[in-house]
Write a protein that binds this ligand. Structure first.
Ligand SMILES: O=c1[nH]c(=O)c2[nH]c(=O)[nH]c2[nH]1
Length: 297
């Protein structure tokens, strides 16, 4: 029998990197989780146990920490590009590098009305993400965020849906809508004001969720995605994933009480999962921009 080694890659997952800038009394901090994966001429490691082309995952991890000092950590997209370019340009067997980054935000604590120089409190719950791929097809950057939890207590409906013999759900013309957004956006190039763009896209997503009357989470995703594509011309594709965090109005009639949208049970499972990819009409090729692993979804 003949077998074929198909897609493969290897790297160091989830290096926890905290970079403090202390050049002035007012320190700065960036808090990252960095995953590297190398693609290239590594067949012999799998087929023959020959490590001569294998740059250890331990070295990849060391590179992440050394670059934090040598190159510095600014926007996650830039840090990912610096690492990916290095692996492809400087390590001969590497034909492609993928760097995935997650960033936790810290906010300065305020003492007596003044921002503290070197103490922070974790800001918000969401995580900023970036995935950088550098290979023969070029450089691809996908920005994003996850765990952005949003809830609106009115301005959302779900009614007029298809019904069959198993349908029990009633039309809802005024419901709670809540989700934990997971969104990725692909850039056409790398000459982007990353931090400003991230803040702008986040604000656009939140604004659309808040201000658009929703007939379904599906429609809300469409509005959020198209608003981002309209406002940020360097974004050519956006992928949105939104669990529907159901809030079910509790029947209080056994207690002689009315419940006009005031008391809900928040259920965590099961949940609806609504997903959409929205692109420009003719987006530039994505190459391996979306490929996270060696073929496993
Ligand atoms: O926004 C929604 N979309 C659905 O497809 C759906 N299905 C469901 O039961 N509730 C909802 N809500």
């Amino acid at each position: 029998m003949t077998f074929v080694l198909a897609e493969h890659q290897y790297g160091k997952a989830e290096s926890r990197l905290v970079r403090v800038y202390r050049d002035t009394p007012r320190h700065e901090i960036r808090d990252l989780t960095v995953t590297t994966a190398l693609r290239g001429a590594f067949d012999a490691a799998y087929l023959d146990g020959d490590q001569s082309a294998v740059l250890p995952t331990d070295t990849q991890k060391n590179t992440v920490f050394a670059f934090a000092k040598q190159v510095g950590v600014g926007a996650v997209e830039d840090f990912g590009l610096a690492l990916a370019r290095h692996f492809v340009a400087d390590v001969e067997p590497v034909h492609g590098a993928r760097v995935e980054l997650e960033e936790l935000a810290w906010q300065r604590v305020v003492v007596d009305g003044v921002e503290h120089d070197h103490t922070w409190v974790r800001a918000g719950q969401e995580v900023r993400t970036a995935a950088v791929t550098v290979d023969a097809s070029g450089e691809h950057v996908v920005g994003g965020l996850k765990d952005l939890v949003l809830l609106k207590s009115t301005g959302s409906e779900f009614a007029g849906f298809l019904r069959d013999g198993y349908t029990t759900l009633a039309d809802a013309h005024d419901r709670v809508m809540a989700t934990s957004l997971d969104v990725r956006w692909r850039f056409a190039g790398t000459d982007v004001p990353w931090d400003e763009t991230y803040a702008g896209i986040r604000a656009t997503l939140v604004e659309q969720f808040a201000t658009r009357h929703s007939l379904a989470l599906q429609q809300t995703l469409w509005h959020m995605g198209t608003a981002v594509l309209e406002e940020f011309e360097q974004v050519v594709e956006i992928r949105l994933k939104a669990p529907n965090k159901h809030h079910v109005a509790v029947d209080l009639t056994p207690f002689g009480l009315e419940n006009p949208g005031e008391v809900f049970v928040a259920t965590d499972r099961p949940y609806g999962l609504i997903e959409a990819t929205i692109t420009r009409e003719d987006p530039p090729p994505a190459g391996e921009a979306w490929r996270a692993s060696a073929g496993l979804a």
